[in-house]
Design a binder for this molecule. Structure first.
Ligand code: NAD
Length: 479
């Protein structure tokens, strides 16, 4: 099997070390492709190419850059099906989710193509006589390091604003899921982006990723992944005072009051934790339910969870695909065992499905645990799999305390018809995103990011353009 090459300077590039690694299909366990294993020398070449790309790209005005990014979006839409199929092959996510996510890549490019034309500095009335104004300048070459759960979508949240703001990028996908990033590299060329503006290197985080973080010519690292990896990146970046943004883990609460719209809340709560097989940083994995609704809610959620169609990801009927790898499934099963061992009760799922044809994939039926206590690992740690912990609460104060009893603070949902209560809880919960009567955490137009150990900085919205630029203040004295 010929390995997928790197994408450097607008063309395919073989890795200097000549090595490659297997890329698996989580639905079958088989090798779907091989990808080039980049080392330090390849990162060096990518930085060199990106520096050249940056010179050409940053010389273009916002309107010209926007035109290329609109074209990039059009090319992505033209190749939507193929991109989605590659993503499904590589991640095991249901094809309909991959189609939606490929659409988001195009939407995101369009949003920032439009956004950058309305993005400018300020004039400031300083005390000294003269004119004071700010300029927004690109950072140069940005290193974008992304995880395996939403490979192309999360990449687009980074490369679309970075490129719009005038930077060149080097994208490093997770080793488990490099294929869609490589395809996006090729599509960027079809869209007419200058050579070197969009580079992709594939390889392990500890070597290729680390080389990016430590490279002195890289102006910013935008990272999404585990909190522990993020902490490591923060310390690697510290000696160089490198700009970083970190989107990290979560253990998001789903707070349900007895006056909620029951049907809607049950339906959304189920997808909010089991969608993407629970491998979602925003998964509402801790449901807190007002005592008098608790029994009814749990019964309905368990019934709905049992009916979720776990299956072959290429089927348009499938709602839940396999986990990313057998190792990830073992990790999730260990969590479930640990919960049960400490007194939690498994109400459904937590075992591989029995259906024929699914035995080779890393499938796991959605699990619901009750009798959970805040000191348990299943309550405190990010499981990153299809596991929901449910707990009752007696009043608003207790609900907020339970929601905030976490090192993480990424997303939260509140379900109630009482507007005053919705506002009070939205203010009291310590997380970067709160959704009221909704489980949507992400809107391209609004800032997204975490409190506490869920991260530093914000993605999306016009805020993201700020994150990919430096502010320069200019004062011109008046004679
Ligand atoms: P991970 O931290 O293992 O890897 C993420 C990326 O970092 C990969 O590309 C990996 O190769 C690279 N990497 C690993 N070690 C590195 C190092 N020392 N230097 C530089 N790069 C390195 O995370 P994962 O397992 O791919 O993804 C799952 C995690 O991502 C979960 O914790 C999840 O919550 C988090 N996540 C967060 C968000 C968010 O927006 N907050 C979104 C999606 C996923």
């Amino acid at each position: 099997m010929k390995p997928e090459p790197l994408w450097i300077g607008g063309r395919e590039a073989a890795p200097r070390g000549g090595e490659s690694f297997p890329v698996r299909n989580p639905a079958t366990g088989r090798t779907a492709a091989r990808a080039a294993l980049a080392g330090g020398a390849d990162v060096e070449r990518a930085v060199e190419a990106a520096r050249k790309g940056f010179l050409a790209w940053s010389r273009l005005g916002p309107r010209d850059r926007a035109a290329r990014l609109f074209e990039f979006a059009r090319v992505v839409r033209q190749n939507l099906r193929e991109l989605a199929e590659i993503e499904t092959l590589n991640t095991g996510k249901p094809i309909r989710d991959s189609m939606d996510e490929a659409g988001v890549v195009a939407d995101c490019l369009e949003y920032y193509a439009g956004g950058v034309q309305k993005f400018f500095g300020e004039t400031i009335p300083v005390t000294d006589r003269g004119l004071d104004f700010t300029l927004r300048e690109p950072l140069g070459v940005c290193g974008l390091i992304v995880p395996w759960n939403f490979p192309m979508m999360i990449a687009s949240w980074k490369f679309a604003p970075a490129l719009a703001a005038g930077n060149a990028v080097i994208l490093k996908p997770a080793s488990l899921t490099p294929l869609s990033a490589l395809m996006l590299g090729r599509l960027s060329k079809d869209a007419g982006l200058p050579d070197g503006v969009f580079n992709v290197i594939t390889g392990p985080g500890e070597t290729a990723g680390r080389a990016l973080v430590e490279h002195p010519e890289i102006g910013k690292i935008s990272f999404t992944g585990e909190t522990a990896t993020g902490a490591g990146i923060m310390s690697l970046a510290a000696p160089r005072i490198k700009r970083i943004s970190l989107e990290l883990g979560g253990k998001s609460p789903n707070i349900v009051f007895a006056d909620a719209d029951f049907g809607l809340c049950v339906e959304r709560s189920v997808y909010a934790v089991f969608g993407n097989a629970g491998q979602d940083c925003c998964a509402r994995s801790r449901a807190f339910v007002e005592k008098r609704l608790f029994g009814r809610f749990v019964e309905a959620v368990v019934e709905r969870a049992r009916k979720l169609r776990v299956g072959e990801p290429r089927s348009s009927r499938t709602e839940i695909g396999p986990l990313i790898s057998p190792a990830q499934r073992r990790r999730v099963e260990d969590y479930i065992r640990s919960g049960i061992g400490h007194g939690a009760r498994l109400l459904c799922g937590g075992t591989p499905p029995k259906e024929r044809g699914l035995s080779r994939g890393a499938y796991l039926r959605p699990a619901v645990l009750d009798r959970v206590r805040p000191e348990m690992k299943v309550f405190r740690e990010e499981i990153f799999g299809p596991v929901l912990c449910v707990m009752p609460f007696k009043d608003e104060e207790e609900a907020v305390a339970l929601a905030n009893a976490s090192d993480y603070g990424l997303s939260a949902s509140v379900w109630t018809r009482d507007i005053g209560r919705a506002l009070r809880v939205a203010r009291a919960v310590k997380s970067g995103v709160v959704s009221v009567n909704s489980s949507h955490s992400v809107h391209l137009e609004a800032p997204f990011g975490g409190y506490k150990k869920s991260g530093v900085g914000r993605e999306l919205g016009l805020k993201a353009l700020e994150g990919y630029t430096e502010v320069k203040n200019v004062f011109v004295a008046e004679k």
